[in-house]
Design a protein around this ligand. Structure first.
Ligand code: HEC
Ligand code: HEC
Ligand code: HEC
Ligand code: HEC
Length: 426
């Protein structure tokens, strides 16, 4: 068991103890509990929710976004569970865990610091604290509703403003406005507030379930446009969300995130393509993100709602019990763990080979023995191999969302590394 798990369990036990204490203290209080099962009826589902309309409260924020505490009088269970996104506060350093990363990301911020994701409540704190450089405000895109609001009010010029100036005006981490606008009272209707989503996808956005697209505002691959430094998705439809199509798109205008010192390769840094990976997976047309990450729960007064604590389905018995609808009594946690350990082992293998290629190319460049044409041939393979490796590595489910795609990416990277090495050995 890793350290992160131990921390999570300790926190869970403490919370449970607190909850038990509270239930004893405030009899009949509005405290939610996980309904593990209802006998023959199985777990609660979305169809048990009474989607009701409510008058929006007045906004107390400076920018007019209705924040979580404003909504807490209307939807106490939702505001409370959203606050539980603070429970996972642990960060694993990927650079310590997988030292080859420091070499392959050399020359880019990720070689300085790269830690695992933690709960949504920490987004503002973490973006401020990162050792990676952030000169521009566009780093705030996926951290706070106040930034989305600022873009919506003032236009794309906001992306290239000074980071610290804009940061000082931010009020909340990911919150109600992010996924509902100020319209949560409209039966919890999803509103896409990150303008680049509709800009990139246009009418094709409607082919994606809103409950998935709400997460896809951030859990995606993106880039900053060279002209405005605007955050942008590198595709226009679900069909063009594959790693192959995205690479072709970046190639079409010679886009790169950095030129690596030593190798001279124009490298790309993939972000966290959860939505792309999920949509192409076995569940892509069957489920949405909320189905597996937002448990349907009930309060003591009988209100059924989506928990807004975004958990791993392996950590939450209610979520895990929903798998049985289709998977029967197969132990799905074990299935997932098995996929993840195979994918992770393959990542380590390919990651180390990529690191060797980077060293071999660096040596080849400084040796003066190769023509610029040959070096460019190798650099192209290096760029492609790293892209495919990264597309898998940075996806946070480690194969659980789509094991076929994970292997395809790693196998492609592996082949390209072999081709590049073969050229350098000649
Ligand atoms: C990260 C995105 C996200 C954030 C942040 C978020 N919601 Fe939701 N919300 C959802 C999704 C997804 C659903 C489920 C929609 C569906 O069933 O199609 C939902 C459902 C709802 C519903 C409908 C009832 C239910 O339980 O399904 C209400 C009401 C609601 N949210 C209110 C809020 C409020 C108030 C906040 C802030 C305290 C908030 N939401 C924050 C994504 C979000
Ligand atoms: C506004 C951008 C944004 C949106 C929208 C968003 N997320 Fe996130 N999410 C993040 C960021 C940023 C992190 C990493 C936070 C950190 O480490 O500080 C994260 C982390 C997570 C994590 C990891 C939490 C942990 O404890 O390890 C999960 C799970 C997650 N998000 C699920 C979702 C789901 C499901 C949705 C849609 C209902 C969603 N997110 C919508 C930005 C977003
Ligand atoms: C079929 C269920 C399922 C669906 C649907 C699903 N996921 Fe996941 N997700 C998982 C599993 C399983 C894991 C691995 C959890 C673990 O390792 O504990 C995971 C992991 C994650 C993580 C990493 C969590 C962590 O703790 O590090 C994020 C972020 C995430 N999913 C986001 C999403 C988003 C965004 C969507 C929709 C685009 C989505 N998921 C759809 C099952 C699902
Ligand atoms: C609506 C039905 C449905 C639900 C609910 C469902 N699954 Fe699946 N799942 C499928 C189908 C269909 C497949 C593909 C089966 C196959 O190809 O053999 C699949 C495949 C998988 C795979 C293999 C995916 C891969 O890429 O290798 C995993 C892992 C998985 N499911 C985990 C889960 C977990 C965990 C849950 C609950 C949190 C869950 N599923 C809920 C229908 C479902």
């Amino acid at each position: 068991m890793d350290k992160k798990k131990v921390v999570k369990i300790v926190i869970a036990v403490v919370l449970l103890a607190l909850a038990v204490g509270l239930v004893g203290g405030i009899a009949g209080g509005n405290i939610m509990y996980h309904l593990k099962n209802r006998g023959e009826l199985g777990p609660l589902t979305r169809s048990d929710i009474a989607y009701k309309n409510a008058q929006a409260p007045a906004a107390t924020s400076k920018d007019g976004t209705i924040n979580a505490s404003d909504w807490s009088a209307v939807y106490p269970e939702i505001a409370l569970t959203m606050g539980q996104n603070a429970v996972n506060s642990y960060i694993t350093s990927y650079l310590e865990q997988d030292p080859y990363l420091v070499n392959i990301y050399q020359g880019f911020g990720f070689a300085k610091e790269y830690g695992s994701a933690r709960g949504h409540e920490y987004t503002l704190e973490d973006v401020y604290a990162t050792a990676r450089p952030h000169a521009l405000a566009n780093c705030l895109t996926c951290k706070t509703p106040n930034f989305a609001k600022m873009v919506n009010d003032k236009g794309v010029g906001v992306y290239s403003m000074d980071f610290n100036t804009v940061y000082a005006q931010m009020e909340e981490s990911v919150s109600c406005y992010t996924c509902h606008g100020n319209d949560a009272g409209n039966g919890g209707k999803i509103t896409i507030t990150h303008s680049y989503v509709n800009k990139a996808l246009g009418n094709n956005a409607s082919s994606i379930d809103p409950a998935t697209l709400s997460c896809g505002q951030c859990h995606i691959e993106y880039y900053f446009t060279p002209s405005d430094k605007e955050t942008m998705m590198p595709y226009s439809s679900v069909e063009t969300m594959t790693p192959e199509a995205i690479l072709a798109y970046y190639d079409s205008f010679d886009f790169y995130d950095w030129i690596q010192p030593g190798t001279g390769t124009k490298l790309l840094k993939a972000q966290h393509p959860e939505m792309e990976t999920f949509l192409y997976g076995k569940h892509g047309k069957l489920l949405n993100c909320a189905d597996c990450h937002m448990a349907v729960e009930m309060t003591y007064d009988g209100t059924v709602y989506h928990s807004h604590n975004l958990e791993s389905p392996l950590d939450n018995p209610t979520l895990l019990s929903t798998c049985a609808t289709c998977h029967g009594d197969t132990d799905m946690a074990a299935v997932v763990r098995k996929i993840q350990s195979r994918v992770t082992a393959r990542e380590t293998e390919v990651g180390n080979k990529l690191s060797d290629l980077k060293d071999a190319l660096t040596a080849a460049v400084s040796s003066g023995k190769f023509s610029e044409k040959t070096l460019d041939q190798v650099r192209k393979l290096h760029r492609e191999a790293q892209w495919f490796f990264d597309f898998c590595y940075v996806e946070n489910a480690e194969g659980a969302h789509n094991s076929d795609l994970a292997y395809r990416c790693l196998d492609t990277a592996d082949e390209k590394i072999d081709q590049a090495m073969a050229i350098l050995k000649n």
